[in-house]
Ligand binder design. Structure first.
Ligand SMILES: NC(=O)c1ccc[n+]([C@@H]2O[C@H](COP(=O)([O-])OP(=O)(O)OC[C@H]3O[C@@H](n4cnc5c(N)ncnc54)[C@H](OP(=O)(O)O)[C@@H]3O)[C@@H](O)[C@H]2O)c1
Length: 279
């Protein structure tokens, strides 16, 4: 339910339409919408979708089981979730601009100051979710301009809390978060593939090796919910045994350095992309 926020909104309006409108119900916007409805963080009647193409709007509205709105309905919304691509923002901003609405943006690399300037409202919250959000195990960073109300922030926490964990983060660290949490699934996928290759190298069938690599990652992630990584490593590494022999080889080939450097390089690249898209 998002009822509390508008009751304490600074400029109450005689609105009759949905309180939250999703502009860009694609992979990420759609995952957040679906997750929030499934978790009971959002009532279907409180949310609607906007899309400039009528046919597409009808499709999205049917897919998510929520109403569609036109531009007039969009401007009635207390909150707008921007799930469009950063490259689309320049053309979409004049359509969504509304000084009395608050904006929650998923767009990578577009700063909250830029959003505020283009939509004419300083109630802007920036969210950086990652792929896990589509499975309910996301990691989302949130930052907001001081003009955002506590109800705006509470809504963002509810939406992203429905699809995983939420971290308050200074906006200057969003590139770092992108380099680690946003790009991280790719690094883990490379590790999973390399583990499977290792299994094949020592004689296991490819399909077995791939399956075992996945089970290893699942079990390790579950164990890391209650243990530090060093504890898990130490528990598996018995004196003079196989695991410590493998760990020594990873150190020799600088796996730690490679992963740390990957995050640093991805963070640098996120900064470069922000400068291109975030103006
Ligand atoms: N995917 C991720 O893992 C991830 C992670 C962090 C942040 N993000 C951010 O999330 C945003 C969306 O990414 P995505 O992967 O979800 O992309 P996506 O699947 O392409 O979603 C974008 C959606 O926006 C719609 N759209 C385009 N123009 C529109 C307009 N004028 N009005 C309303 N809707 C419009 C598109 O509709 P059509 O399909 O009809 O074109 C599409 O449904 C990006 O800004 C990205 O930086 C994504």
């Amino acid at each position: 339910m998002i009822d509390a926020m508008s009751e304490t909104s600074p400029e109450p309006r005689g609105r009759t339409g949905p309180r939250l409108v999703i502009v860009g119900a694609g992979k990420m916007g759609g995952a957040v919408l679906q997750g929030a409805i499934a978790a009971g963080a959002l009532e279907r009647s409180d949310v609607a979708i906007f899309h400039p193409n009528q046919r597409r709007l009808a499709e999205l509205s049917e897919r998510f089981g929520v109403a569609g709105v036109d531009a007039a309905g969009l401007h009635e919304a207390e909150h707008v979730l921007l799930g469009i691509k950063p490259q689309s923002f320049a053309s979409v901003a004049p359509i969504v601009a509304q000084p009395r609405s608050a904006f929650i943006s998923l767009m990578a690399g577009v700063t909250s100051e830029t959003i505020a300037r283009r939509v004419g409202s300083k109630r802007v919250i920036r969210a950086m979710p990652n792929l896990g959000a589509s499975l309910g195990v996301g990691a989302t960073a949130l930052a907001w301009l001081p003009e955002s109300t506590s109800e705006d922030v509470a809504l963002a926490r509810r939406l992203f809390g429905a699809v995983g964990r939420v971290y308050d983060l200074r906006e200057e660290l969003f590139d770092a978060f992108t380099g680690m949490a946003g790009s991280g699934p790719a690094y883990v996928a490379v590790v999973a593939e390399a583990l499977a290759d290792g299994g094949v190298r020592v004689g296991l069938d490819r399909s077995l090796a791939r399956d075992v690599a996945r089970q290893l990652l699942l079990a390790s992630a579950r164990l890391l919910e209650t243990k530090y990584p060093s504890e898990l490593k130490d528990e598996v590494s018995s004196a003079g045994g196989t695991a410590i022999a493998g760990v020594r080889t990873l150190e020799k080939h600088r796996l730690r350095f490679a992963l740390m450097d990957a995050i640093e390089e991805a963070t640098r690249r996120a900064g470069e992309l922000s400068r291109e898209d975030g103006k």
